[in-house]
Design a protein around this ligand. Structure first.
Ligand SMILES: N[C@@H](CCC(=O)N[C@@H](CS)C(=O)NCC(=O)O)C(=O)O
Length: 204
């Protein structure tokens, strides 16, 4: 019998959204359990989670935490991890590389001082992104795939991460045709297109 999946997280996209997108791409049914940070539900659950944090994916009674681990498991489960060990490694390389951009985004979003925040944003959307996206452009194919000739979790992870960047600079991908194609490939995938329309609208 197929296992029962339950993904537990706050009511934000945050660190759970990549897994939600992967499940959506494969039309895999799961319970998308959400609660608020300050809720009694979270206070009660926190000590019962493996590392005191969410997201946690419950696979029947097994609790898996660490968002990247969960997403990689979801990618393998849905056939989106790559077809061979080398393809898997290439996809992992793309996903792990996105962490460098993720860290800069988190630092910027968490900055309380408005002047410093603006400085961090300028740095990010300037030289850093130009170089970062220049490298990623070379790693994507003209058909818009990072690995092989079909969608993998690398494409979906890129799409998900760029969702935090495009509100800061909507034209950021204009000079990157391969990456623009990756974005198109992901958002036009049937399950993902449906999820993007129906997912809860949250500001993070
Ligand atoms: N490395 C962990 C970090 C998880 C994490 O920082 N979770 C935050 C929410 S995004 C959390 O649970 N915060 C509440 C708390 O620590 O009490 C992962 O990627 O899953």
């Amino acid at each position: 019998m197929a296992p029962k999946f339950r993904l537990v997280y706050f009511n934000i996209r945050g660190r759970a959204e990549l897994t939600r997108l992967l499940f959506a791409a494969a039309d895999l049914k799961y319970e998308d359990q959400r609660f608020d940070f300050g809720s009694d539900q979270w206070k009660e659950l926190k000590p019962k989670t493996p590392m005191g944090q969410v997201p946690v994916l419950y696979i029947d009674d097994v609790a898996l935490c660490q968002s990247q681990t969960i997403a990689r498991y979801a990618a393998r489960t849905t056939g989106l991890a790559g077809r061979t060990p080398l393809e898997e490694a290439k996809a992992d390389m793309i996903v792990d590389g996105l962490e460098d951009l993720g860290k800069k985004l988190v630092a910027m979003f968490n900055e309380k001082d408005e002047e410093k925040k603006a400085e961090l944003q300028n740095e990010l959307t300037g030289a850093f992104l130009t170089q970062f996206l220049g490298n990623y452009e070379k790693l994507a194919s003209v058909d818009g795939f990072f690995v092989g000739d079909s969608l993998t979790w690398a494409d979906i992870a890129f799409f998900n991460m760029l969702g935090w960047v495009t509100p800061l600079d909507p034209a950021v991908l204009d000079r990157f045709p391969n990456l623009s194609k990756v974005m198109d490939n992901v958002q036009s995938q049937q399950g993902i297109a449906r999820w993007l329309k129906e997912r809860p609208q949250t500001n993070m």
